[in-house]
Design a protein around this ligand. Structure first.
Ligand code: UFG
Length: 341
């Protein structure tokens, strides 16, 4: 939708940079804002290269600073905001909950408060973590949300509630929460991708770092789960597919197609894959043997979760398209590029 401006908070990070590329390719003007607390400008530079746009505005700012958020909305005529700015390390949120509640809730309140004054559409990046261990699979948006396993997960749930309640009360706001399943992979250009700090928590970065020799051995956490091969099952969704869902959601908000002023969508493939199946797929597509061992279960992991993406398919007109092979090849290409190969 040309002529419309979308703010991407946390736009220099993994998901934000892929979303920025897709928005620009769909004809939007994008303002990227980030405090660079958990990333550097590598991905933002990659976004400029992929899109061939040197003029994308970048604002280094903290969304916990209310005046800075007001100034941002004054400086740019923002039609919709996608909010990614937030901390996301599950373990750290358990050891330092105050950091997580403060940063993730205050930054979201600030953006909502300003968007309310300026008349705003807000897209919130939520997570399938709000479902906990689901009673029924695949999981639909109507499934009950469970007690969060971590303060990080709780901030996702609380922000969803804040958005729902504010949209209900203030006619000038519209909102969508996208509940992501497990985003993996990288842009096919290998110019942007995930840059985990320190030892990765997530499976795919751990696999690629093991494959490149940065880590000695992947630990597969638990092979005694009640699943077909005993390892946990997840819905791994390609990062570019996931990014495209944001374009569809923004389009829906701005074109007045929403049927309610607050909507929720699952963003997943609908296809379960176990940890071992993913490891095997990685080995096959990249033609290598991965060093891995079975280790004890990781506390807090759910056994199995995958999406029913039907609502997003029907109402957003969006569907995950990339194969797991292409996604894992892109993850490996990105890791090799980081290693300078
Ligand atoms: N796993 C391993 N070894 C590893 C890393 C992960 O076996 O080194 C397994 C996990 O036990 C799990 C699966 O791979 O069964 C996926 O783990 P990830 O950490 O990649 O992803 P999660 O499903 O735990 O994480 C998701 C989101 C997070 C979110 C979290 C909340 O990706 O952003 O749910 O619990 F915070």
């Amino acid at each position: 939708m040309s002529g419309k401006t979308v703010l991407v908070s946390g736009g220099a990070g993994f998901i934000g940079s892929h979303v920025t590329v897709e928005l620009i390719e769909a004809g939007y003007d994008v303002v990227v804002a980030d405090n660079l607390s958990n990333c550097d400008l590598t991905c933002f530079e990659g976004v400029k290269k992929i899109t061939g746009r040197e003029d994308i505005p970048f604002v280094e700012m903290d969304f916990c600073d209310f005046q800075a958020v007001e100034k941002l909305y004054d400086d740019y005529k923002i039609d919709a905001a996608i909010h990614f700015a937030g901390f996301k390390a599950v373990g750290e949120s358990v050891s330092d909950p105050m950091k997580y509640y403060h940063n993730n809730l205050v930054s979201f309140m600030n953006i909502l408060t300003v968007a309310r004054k300026k008349g705003g559409c807000i897209l919130f990046s939520s997570s399938a973590t709000v479902y906990g261990e689901p009673d029924k699979l695949p999981v639909t948006e109507e499934a009950p949300r469970k007690e969060a396993e971590s303060p990080y997960g709780n901030t996702k749930r609380i922000c969803e509630d804040i958005l729902r309640d504010c949209v209900a009360a203030y006619g000038e706001l519209k909102g969508i929460s996208l509940r992501y399943f497990n985003p993996i992979g990288a842009h096919p250009s290998a110019l942007i991708g995930e840059l985990p700090r320190g030892v990765p928590n997530n499976l795919v970065p751990y696999i690629t770092q093991t494959a490149i020799g940065k880590r000695e051995c992947l630990s597969v956490f638990g092979d005694d789960y009640p699943t077909p091969d005993g390892t946990c099952q997840r819905d791994f969704i390609d990062i570019v597919d996931l990014a495209k869902a944001h374009v569809c959601a923004v389009e829906r908000m701005l074109s007045g197609k929403m049927t309610a002023r607050y909507e929720i969508y699952n963003i997943g493939t609908g296809r379960p894959l176990s940890v071992l199946e993913l490891v095997k797929a990685f080995e096959k597509v990249n033609n290598m043997k991965l060093n891995y061992k079975i280790a004890p279960r990781r506390p807090g992991d759910v056994t199995a979760i995958w999406a029913d993406p039907g609502k997003a398919n029907r109402e957003l007109g969006w569907k995950a398209e990339r194969s797991i092979e292409d996604t894992l090849a892109s993850a490996w290409k990105w890791e090799k590029r980081l290693a300078g190969e």
